[in-house]
Design a protein around this ligand. Structure first.
Ligand code: FE2
Ligand code: FE2
Length: 298
């Protein structure tokens, strides 16, 4: 089946020398199978498939930013970091589950999920909008890997998450800097900026992660049910956040849309986001209790 694509992704900094780590820098020999929490392994498998698609996103972004050579160079460099995230996460997943076939899961995912290759301009309506959406993705990934790195006990995954979280934060900075440059030309209004950011955050529950979770963890004989797969992924992923992660993510979000990052408003917004996360966690656990793979429907 083909799942209609949406863009998630990340990017890199024009003219900035990338700080690189390599997969061989990870202390893989320190892996401790007993500390690899079974509920984390499916998340890592799914994340590896999405991250590994970095070059596909770069192709889309280079069409959106055609004629901006500095941006395209940065995006291509960024994509290589995303691909490395995917390969490193897959390597960890294969240590935790030696029977898992990353290449087979990847082939299945790529056969069923397509990015909008036929799009010339940004699906966000402007280059500024595209970059705000990128900032939201990087906010999400930097928060997620930070939370996961803080929570997990397995030393190799902890090290890997910290490397990736640092990359994602730099990716945010890259997109933010370019967004400021385009905003000076395009003057996107505050309401529109907030709408774009909120829309992209909502897409965190879209088909891409759900389908990656399905391809990475469920047999092909099982029908793909987006709501079930999304709930299975998010109900575990959301457990690892602490208030500090949400607070930091809110600061990055507000900065990207040009709203104040100091004072009462950001503090109240972070508390509201934390409350919403709690509500979503409870709702997802109820959903999983009620729906079984055999009975759930889209
Ligand atoms: Fe990234
Ligand atoms: Fe990444």
């Amino acid at each position: 089946m083909l799942v209609p694509g949406r863009i998630i992704g990340d990017a890199q900094n024009a003219g900035t020398v990338m700080k690189h780590w390599r997969i061989d820098d990870i202390a893989w020999d320190r892996f401790e199978a007993a500390k690899a929490a079974p509920e984390i392994v499916p998340l890592i498998k799914a994340a590896s498939l999405v991250e590994r698609n970095g070059r596909e996103y770069a192709a889309y972004l280079c069409r959106v930013f055609a004629n901006d050579d500095a941006m395209c160079d940065a995006v291509r460099q960024w994509a290589e970091e995303e691909v490395q995230h995917g390969n490193a996460l897959a390597k960890w997943a294969q240590l935790a589950d030696p029977k898992w076939d990353f290449q087979a899961a990847r082939a299945r995912f790529n056969a069923g999920y397509q990015l909008p290759h036929d799009t010339e301009g940004s699906i966000r309506g402007s280059r500024t909008g595209e970059l705000i959406a990128r900032c939201m993705v990087e906010t999400g990934t930097s928060s997620y890997y930070t939370a996961l790195g803080d929570a997990c006990q397995e030393p190799v995954l902890k090290q890997l998450c910290r490397h990736i979280a640092a990359d994602e934060f730099r990716h945010y900075k890259l997109f933010y800097d370019h967004m400021r440059r385009y905003q000076a030309q395009e003057h996107i209004g505050p309401a529109r900026r907030v709408m774009i950011a909120a829309g992209r955050i909502g897409e965190g529950e879209d088909d891409e992660l759900a389908y990656a979770y399905y391809c990475a963890n469920e047999p092909e004989s099982e029908p793909y049910v987006r709501t079930r797969c999304s709930a299975a992924y998010l109900s575990v992923a959301m457990r690892y956040y602490q208030f500090g992660h949400i607070q930091r993510g809110m600061g990055m979000t507000l900065k990207a849309v040009g709203l104040p990052t100091q004072g009462r408003f950001p503090a109240a917004a972070a508390r509201m986001a934390w409350w919403l996360l709690d509500w979503r966690r409870a709702r997802l656990s109820r959903l999983l209790t009620v729906r079984s793979p055999a009975t759930a429907s889209a």
